[in-house]
Write a protein that binds this ligand. Structure first.
Ligand SMILES: Nc1ncnc2c1ncn2[C@@H]1O[C@H](COP(=O)(O)OP(=O)(O)OP(=O)(O)O)[C@@H](O)[C@H]1O
Length: 555
């Protein structure tokens, strides 16, 4: 991932690297010049003045330039990662998205993204400081080769020590990063479960102390331990530097009385300590970036994008048929599968189909398979005799408008540009008795702060405006008042049918089942077609299941 980001930001990246190197060189130039000036006699110093001023200004300019470019890289890489994760999240198979889950995706878009971006701040810093250290070492070599060799030995010992603890630190940081994904899920529960937490003090305490508290603690411990191990490594590095200084001073005091060498080495120490420390501190940051990049990469791999299909929006169909379609859910806790199917069923234009059955019997799962959100594990779906493949699935999905119980209302209608969008939308709002609560202005709802039943009516407005040939309502009427339920079943559904739309209604409202053209019943993952009697006497009272028990072949 880091390599890809570097590739994407190549010109800025290379420019930042070149400026960082030049900045390092200018700094080394400055320190060697200072040493020369210090060792020159009074008046002989003045000719150096302009050189000193020039290098100082250049070094300053380079530092500012590097900083600006690294900011561009940081924010550019952050934007690029976010776009990539978002692209994967919006184009991946729906079931893969469900599996990865909201919390992991959010962690990738926030924390991991931030950690990777940090790498681009630390990289130029590492490079500049690396150059300063290398330059200082070379200058040291020109002053005294035994001291240079000692410095090399010190660096070698420093990196060996660092390498030894490195893996241990990474392990702790990994644990923290994985727990962080879970923590984001718990943060969601703070708002989504706010009502429950307020109503049950004991639950609230347990949640905040054990669930949330433990998770926060695990992240804190992992990060603190990981970074402390790195701090130990950096302490080891610092210890070596001081040992090196002590040894050199001792060596110099014993064997050398050259003033130029003495001041030079002293200057170099002072000048090198900070870059060395910054280098040691930047390494953990770079490691965090590596872990985060790996996590983002894993999420993008799990969210493999579906094959792009031709951007055609089909306007109609003759027959949609499911042949031997099977879907399984694996439940880890109970080590069991829920199996839906094999399902054989077909739909034609202008049909009003009710899909009924007990809770957890598989109605929603069947709906997701039918509209192409889930890919069948076995069997196939045919559209007008042609198998829906990976390549044509996105095109196939454009046949449907669906409202599930966990529907989402976008603020903007996001329809393809349509001049009469506001007008048509506002007409529908009136039809659904919402005109006093909300309006459509410039393609957006004026508010979405409505009751659940009202928001569902807004979702219905969206479905109407989409004008797709196949509509699917998953317990849409469950939140409506009895009067509007009646409007939905007796007016809106027949209207849609009259327009030639196929409508599948998942429903528990058995008093309206007789209005359907067909009645499908789901029982423990198995679909049956129920015989429908055109007996209107049953209207309003008897549940249809008691009268239509003859299962017909579903085709
Ligand atoms: N995301 C999921 N992961 C794992 N198992 C699932 C998932 N969604 C549903 N299931 C399982 O599949 C079964 C069928 O669920 P589904 O939501 O299709 O039922 P349903 O008939 O729509 O129920 P309801 O009337 O309560 O909405 C459930 O018993 C549940 O165990």
């Amino acid at each position: 991932m880091l390599a890809r980001l570097i590739q994407q930001t190549r010109p800025v990246f290379y420019a930042a690297m070149v400026l960082s190197v030049l900045n390092g060189v200018a700094n080394v130039g400055l320190v060697s010049l200072i040493n020369e000036i210090l060792n020159a006699d009074g008046a002989a110093r003045y000719p150096w003045l302009w050189g000193f001023a020039a290098i100082a200004i250049v070094a300053l300019g380079l530092q500012v330039g590097t900083r600006i470019l690294s900011e561009r890289l940081t924010h550019g890489s952050q934007a690029s990662i976010r776009s990539r994760v978002a692209e994967h999240a919006s184009n991946a198979r729906y079931q893969h998205l469900e599996k990865v889950g909201e919390a992991r995706i959010r962690t990738a878009l926030t924390d991991y993204c931030h950690d990777v971006a940090e790498f681009f701040v630390s990289l130029p810093v590492m490079l500049t400081n690396g150059i300063v250290v290398v330059g200082c070492m070379l200058y040291m070599l020109s002053l005294s080769w035994p001291i240079f060799l000692l410095a090399c030995l010190t660096l070698l010992l420093g990196s060996a020590g660092y390498h030894l603890v490195h893996m241990r630190a990474i392990k702790h940081l990994h644990v923290a990063a994985t727990e962080q994904e879970r923590l984001f899920g718990h943060f969601d529960s703070l708002t989504a479960g706010a009502k429950e937490l307020r109503l049950h003090r004991h639950k609230r305490e347990l949640f905040s102390q054990q669930v949330l508290g433990n998770s926060i603690e695990t992240v804190r411990r992992g990060k603190t331990t990981g970074m402390s191990v790195f701090a130990l490594a950096s302490g080891w590095g610092r210890f070596l530097i001081f040992a090196f200084i002590g040894l050199v001073l001792f060596l110099l005091a014993a064997n050398n009385d050259q003033e130029r060498v003495m001041t030079g080495i002293a200057l170099l120490f002072l000048f090198m300590i900070n870059p060395l420390e910054v280098l040691l501190l930047s390494i953990p940051r770079a490691n965090m970036a590596k872990i985060a990049a790996g996590k983002i990469e894993a999420i993008c791999d799990e969210l493999k994008m579906e094959e792009a299909s031709a951007s055609v929006t089909p306007t109609g169909f003759h027959k949609i048929a499911m042949h031997g379609v099977i879907h399984r859910y694996f439940h880890e806790q109970s080590d069991e599968f829920f199996t839906l199917g094999p399902v054989n069923v077909s739909f034609r234009p202008g049909e009003l189909v009710f899909l009924v059955g007990g809770n957890g019997s598989g109605k929603t799962t069947l709906a997701k398979l039918l509209i192409g959100l889930y890919v069948p594990e076995d069997g196939q779906i045919e559209l007008d005799g042609k198998v829906v493949s990976h390549a044509s699935r996105d095109e196939y999905r454009q046949l449907f408008s669906a409202i599930f119980s966990d529907f989402h209302l976008f603020e903007r209608l996001l329809e393809s540009p349509r001049v009469d969008l506001d007008e048509a939308g506002n007409r529908l709002l009136t039809k659904l008795h919402l005109q006093h609560k909300v309006q459509i202005k410039d393609g957006a709802f004026t508010t979405r702060a409505l009751s659940q039943g009202q928001r569902k009516r807004l979702a219905l407005v969206v479905a109407y405006l989409e004008d797709r040939p196949f509509l699917l309502f998953d317990e849409w009427a469950a939140d409506q008042d009895p009067a509007f339920k009646d409007v939905f079943y007796r007016e809106l559904l027949p209207e849609l049918k009259a327009q030639g739309k196929t409508v599948v209604v998942i429903s528990h409202d058995d008093r309206y089942f007789h209005l359907a053209d067909r009645l499908l019943k789901m029982e423990d993952g198995q679909l049956r077609e129920m015989a429908l009697e055109a007996d209107s006497a049953l209207d309003q009272t008897e549940p249809v299941m008691t009268r239509a028990e003859g299962a017909a072949s579903v085709q």
